[in-house]
Ligand binder design. Structure first.
Ligand SMILES: Cc1cc2nc3c(=O)[nH]c(=O)nc-3n(C[C@H](O)[C@H](O)[C@H](O)COP(=O)(O)OP(=O)(O)OC[C@H]3O[C@@H](n4cnc5c(N)ncnc54)[C@H](O)[C@@H]3O)c2cc1C
Length: 266
């Protein structure tokens, strides 16, 4: 059983500037960390390793410094690490990120199960997992809260839906994105840090992929562009109304109707 865990390096602070020309984050010199949701993906995989003897590969697409989160994954107990890195991958939108990861996983696989976090704290779209599954043409379940079994080519799990839970059975290979309630992530181990200090991190770049057309990656392979990033505008205008409760209530209803917050207040 081979399991890949997709993890991403994200800024460790909210004080990150956006390049006004490209609309991408200026990551140089910014303190970074492992995306918090991905700790749950790692923990899920580690528990499967303990119960089924799976071999675990942590995968990240990012610049060379993203190696640090792969070292952290080693310290938690993963067996192998893969850095997907190439200047041609820079400026990728969600589709291009998912396509690059799909190419990398096909190149390094096959994997029986791919585990993603729910979402990241920077891009925040929660779309990479489902898009990756579509591109790999495998089934996908999001917001997985519990894994019941993983055997005989099948995964049985519970996923969280708005207001309810759903029990599912999926054929492997499959992809799941996990909810933070699935398990409490363990701390990195000092013992594993020493034991894995020299362990190789494999690097995959464009030349290793089946599709080496650079127009399919990075900014050139991205159909979407950020036009402008700005904080929400706050309206601080205030009005004070005098009158009886009924008068004020009617005035409030008219105000809400005028602002199209109400269809018909009466
Ligand atoms: C300033 C800014 C501008 C952006 N502009 C655009 C844009 O115009 N169009 C657009 O489509 N996107 C845009 N993005 C999103 C950006 O491309 C994403 O960072 C990237 O596609 C990954 O998506 P995500 O961070 O939303 O991941 P999510 O979908 O939220 O992540 C879900 C899970 O997928 C996995 N995952 C995600 N990224 C990686 C990775 N690199 N390596 C390994 N695993 C990963 C992790 O398991 C993660 O928990 C922008 C982001 C920023 C910060």
């Amino acid at each position: 059983m081979k399991i890949a865990i997709c993890i991403k390096q994200v800024p460790g602070t909210t004080a990150v500037e956006v390049d006004p020309v490209t609309g991408t984050l200026k990551r140089d010199g910014v303190e970074s960390k492992l995306n918090p949701c991905d700790l749950y993906a790692l923990e899920t995989a580690l528990r499967l390793k303990e119960s089924c003897g799976a071999s675990l590969t942590a995968v990240t697409m990012g610049p060379p410094q993203a190696q640090s989160i792969l070292r952290e994954a080693f310290m938690m107990g993963v067996d192998e690490a893969l850095l997907v890195s190439d200047r041609k991958f820079a400026g990728a939108d969600v589709l291009s990120t998912s396509y690059t990861l799909a190419q990398a996983l096909e190149c390094a696989g096959p994997f029986d199960l791919i585990i993603c976090g729910r979402q990241t704290t920077d891009g925040d779209t929660a779309q990479v997992g489902p898009e990756l599954a579509e591109l790999l043409n495998i089934p996908h379940a999001a917001n997985v809260t519990e894994i019941h079994s993983l055997d005989a080519g099948k995964l049985r799990a519970t996923m969280l839906l708005p207001g309810s839970f759903m029990q599912i059975s999926m054929k492997l290979p499959a992809l799941i994105s996990v909810d933070e309630t699935i398990a409490e992530p363990r701390l990195p181990s000092y013992k594993l840090k020493l034991a894995t200090a020299d362990r190789e991190i494999k690097v995959l770049s464009l030349k290793d992929f089946a599709d080496t057309d650079e127009n399919h990656y990075g900014q050139s392979g991205s159909p979407t562009r950020v036009i402008r990033v700005f904080p929400p505008e706050h309206n601080t205008r205030q009005e004070r109304w005098e009158g009886s409760g009924k008068e004020c209530a009617l005035r409030l209803a008219a105000f809400l109707e005028e602002g199209k917050f109400l269809q018909d207040p009466r």
